[in-house]
Design a protein around this ligand. Structure first.
Ligand code: NAD
Length: 380
């Protein structure tokens, strides 16, 4: 059995490494020539992912062969796992471009008895209503010639390898035979695998996790604002309020990254009437940038000084993860700049050149008169 992993990103590459480490030959497909070359040279593009360096050094170009050749990758393998991104378009609707391209790519080379497993987080119904018809339109009988399943990726950047080894993973096929064949393969490299009723349930399980986080972060942000008004320390409240049935989240600048702020929209866009809490939570979390701008303005008034240099300490959406998608700190910099403030940024994961390439001035926190650090709010 040879396994294809389509999309060698922050999620796909650790998966390819885990599969290789379980003894299987992997062909990794990516559209980025640079990434493919790096991996084949044994170099890990994600140095912030513990444990991945060793695995890529060991298997890159050997048991994991990376390629940009779509047809060859599909022809030479019999299990095809897709883990490409799914973003939102400007109307907050899911943009299926990458996943559609990846599925159409597979269809240039798949064979009878091949198994296709999608891992990208998807809106409910995508496997049955979008992916399955594409495979059938290419002439394959799903469940008889080709088998289709869904197993959403649940890793967290920075913990990818350990999550694959320890975290429960779910899987579901579009029919009994697909469930059975796909889970038989996955059990060979995922130790804690659970078969759930159907692909719609599996899609909803993954989205629900993201929505739970978003709603609870919104609650934390609201409680934080109320505490601030009353001179109460939210972190102290949180520390002593939390117990088995109460799990107050951290408050902050909102929610970034391409997971938690994205997935609630999968439900909202399909059911505007039925998602008031989910919609409000999105609004509260995205509104935190404005809240902090008001706080910063009030702090600056107290300094009684003109043209104060402000440093935003930390631009990535989460500490330790070099990812800027929907970063609230970037939005904060943008809005402060638009208001005419003298704003700079610093980040332990980004070089001066990388920060300047974002159109942002670079200065270290100690070189500025006022420092804002989202991660300091969370912990301090
Ligand atoms: N990163 C995470 O923490 C995380 C966690 C859970 C789930 N996920 C899931 O994984 C998906 C991918 O996330 P990521 O962080 O790996 O993204 P990423 O941007 O790091 O990587 C995506 C990779 O896919 C490649 N790609 C895009 N279209 C392709 C195609 N048609 N064929 C081959 N390669 C293609 C890109 O070149 C890139 O290397 C997310 O959308 C999400 O559903 C990610």
């Amino acid at each position: 059995m040879r396994i294809e992993v389509v999309g060698l990103g922050k999620a796909g590459l650790p998966l390819a490494a885990i599969i290789a480490d379980s003894g299987f030959e992997v062909i990794g497909l990516d559209i980025s020539k640079e990434r493919v070359e790096q991996i084949n040279n044994g170099k890990n593009p994600f140095s912030d992912e513990p444990g991945l360096d060793d695995l890529i050094k060991k298997y890159g170009g050997r048991r994991i062969k990376a390629t940009t050749d779509i047809q060859m990758a599909a022809k030479e393998t019999n299990v095809h796992i897709i883990l490409v991104p799914l973003f939102l378009n400007s109307e907050n609707q899911p943009d299926f471009r990458y996943i559609d391209e990846a599925v159409m790519g597979l269809l240039t080379g798949i064979k009878k008895n091949d198994i296709v497993v999608i891992e990208t987080t998807l809106p409910v119904g995508t496997i049955e209503d979008r992916i399955k018809p594409k495979i059938e339109n290419a002439g394959w009988r799903v469940g008889q010639d080709v088998f289709l399943a869904y197993s959403p990726e649940r890793l967290m950047s920075g913990f990818a390898i350990s999550r694959f080894k320890e975290f429960p993973k779910i899987i579901a096929g579009v029919d009994e035979e697909s469930s059975s064949r796909a889970s038989e393969v996955y059990r060979k490299f995922i130790p804690r695998l659970y078969l759930v009723s159907n692909t719609r349930t599996a899609e909803m399980i993954k989205i629900s996790e993201g929505v739970y986080r978003d709603v609870n972060i919104a609650l934390a942000n609201e409680l934080f604002k109320l505490c601030e008004k009353d001179g109460i320390k939210y972190n102290e409240v949180r520390q002593f309020a939390n117990h088995e049935f109460c799990h107050l989240h951290q408050a902050g600048l909102g929610v970034g990254g391409h997971c938690i702020p994205v997935y609630p929209n999968f439900l909202i866009q399909k059911n505007k009437e039925g998602t008031p809490l989910i919609q409000l939570s999105r609004k509260i979390n995205d509104g935190m940038v404005k809240y902090w701008i008001e706080t910063i303005k009030n702090d600056l008034k107290k300094l009684k000084k003109q043209n104060v240099t402000i440093c935003i300490n930390g631009l990535t959406y989460r500490p330790g993860v070099k990812e800027l998608y929907h970063s609230r700190s970037l939005e904060l910099v943008k809005q402060l700049k638009a208001l005419g403030f003298d704003v700079y940024a610093w980040d332990s994961l980004l070089s001066k050149e990388e920060i300047e390439s974002l159109g942002i001035k670079y200065k270290k926190p100690e070189e500025c008169e006022y420092v804002f650090g989202e991660f300091l709010i969370k912990t301090g």
